[in-house]
Design a protein. Structure first.
Length: 357
């Protein structure tokens, strides 16, 4: 017969208890490990899940995961990215943002990098993209208009996703914002914006039903081009219709020129200007007999950035026009309305700065 000393018994007892504890904990640890592996696997799947949309040209645009470096050469597309809170992913912008003082001012409010002119501009215009400069930015998504077909083809041959934008109608603008949101992982934000915009448009439509005769509008282009207008196949006609009014121009031509005699013959109820001083209308002696002039119903869409109809802000343009035409809202009410919409799109600080004198 043999005996173990007390210290030895104590030692083995501890080992036995430790082993039992390990065995007891094993199922829990296995479960934790399985859950961790499942979580990590889901993260991998999420980051590598391909995202695909069809752009306005009918081309299928595919990214392997949410885009992180975006070159956006379509100015209205840049605006949309900031609405989606994705501006930090922009690594390239069109030069027009730096070249036009009003655009530069607005985007400087939205992004300090633009204020410091730190974001590259690989495109000098709609047909002047520097391909080498663009490639140096290593984008995983390029957003642009459809004019530069050769550049687009080369980028796609290099397996760089290119999304073509047009934003010619409210429906198309909504779809393009949704597409970009999907490619950048901002679907929830896009839905919030579009639900808000649709609700505003619905308000106008309900009010239109209470209105009697629909008023007519003559629209004049910016920089004092008061005899250059827009036909029925145009973005301008879109926001006129959304506002519950009728375009006095009946031709489908996008940018027809008219003479004073024709404008007098049309005799619109309202005249809408784009970033132009209304005095240019009031001071012309040949236009003094116009109904809109006699009744002081000349409305200026300014600043142009907040009324850009190639963005979801076409809703703000339609809303402001509707209030001006049918409600004859005072200036303070219009300002309040502008702030509400811009606050939704860009946040309170940016909204206040964009509306500052």
């Amino acid at each position: 017969m043999w005996f173990l000393s007390l210290p030895t018994v104590f030692k083995y007892t501890l080992l036995l208890l430790s082993g039992m504890a390990l065995i007891a904990c094993q199922p829990h640890q296995d479960l934790k490990q399985k859950e961790q592996l499942k979580f990590e696997k889901s993260k991998i799947n999420e980051s590598t899940t391909a995202l695909s949309v069809v752009d306005s040209s009918g081309y299928s645009v595919r990214v392997n995961r949410s885009a992180q470096r975006v070159v956006c050469l379509f100015e209205s597309g840049c605006d949309g990215l900031y609405m989606l809170n994705q501006g930090d992913k922009i690594v390239g912008i069109p030069a027009v943002i730096y070249q036009q003082p009003e655009l530069y001012h607005a985007y400087s409010i939205l992004d300090p990098r633009i204020k410091a002119k730190q974001i590259a501009t690989p495109s000098q215009g709609s047909n002047a993209t520097n391909l080498e400069s663009l490639l140096l930015l290593q984008p995983d998504l390029v957003i642009m208009g459809g004019a530069e077909k050769q550049t687009i083809t080369i980028l796609r041959q290099l397996n760089i996703p290119v999304y073509i934008m047009q934003s010619e109608t409210y429906t198309q603008t909504k779809k393009e914002l949704t597409d970009i949101a999907l490619l950048l992982g901002a679907v929830t934000r896009a839905k919030k914006i579009l639900d808000y915009s649709d609700a505003k448009i619905a308000e106008i439509q309900r009010d239109i039903k209470k209105t009697g005769n629909r008023q007519t509008i003559y629209y004049a282009w910016s920089s004092g081009r008061i005899f250059s207008t827009s036909g029925t196949k145009s973005n301008t006609n879109e926001f006129i219709e959304l506002a519950g009014a009728k375009n006095v121009v009946k031709t489908e031509t996008n940018q027809p020129n008219v003479n004073p005699e024709t404008l007098i013959e049309w005799n619109p109820d309202n005249i809408v200007l784009w970033n132009t001083n209304p005095q240019l209308i009031y001071q012309r002696p040949e236009l003094r007999l116009l109904k809109a002039v006699k009744q002081k119903r000349v409305f200026n869409l300014s600043p142009a950035f907040i009324y850009n109809p190639h963005t979801i802000k076409i809703m703000l343009t339609a809303l402001s026009l509707h209030q001006h035409i049918y409600a004859d809202s005072p200036a303070y009410a219009m300002k309040k309305n502008q702030y509400e919409v811009l606050n939704m799109l860009y946040g309170s600080t940016a909204a206040q700065a964009l509306l500052a004198p």
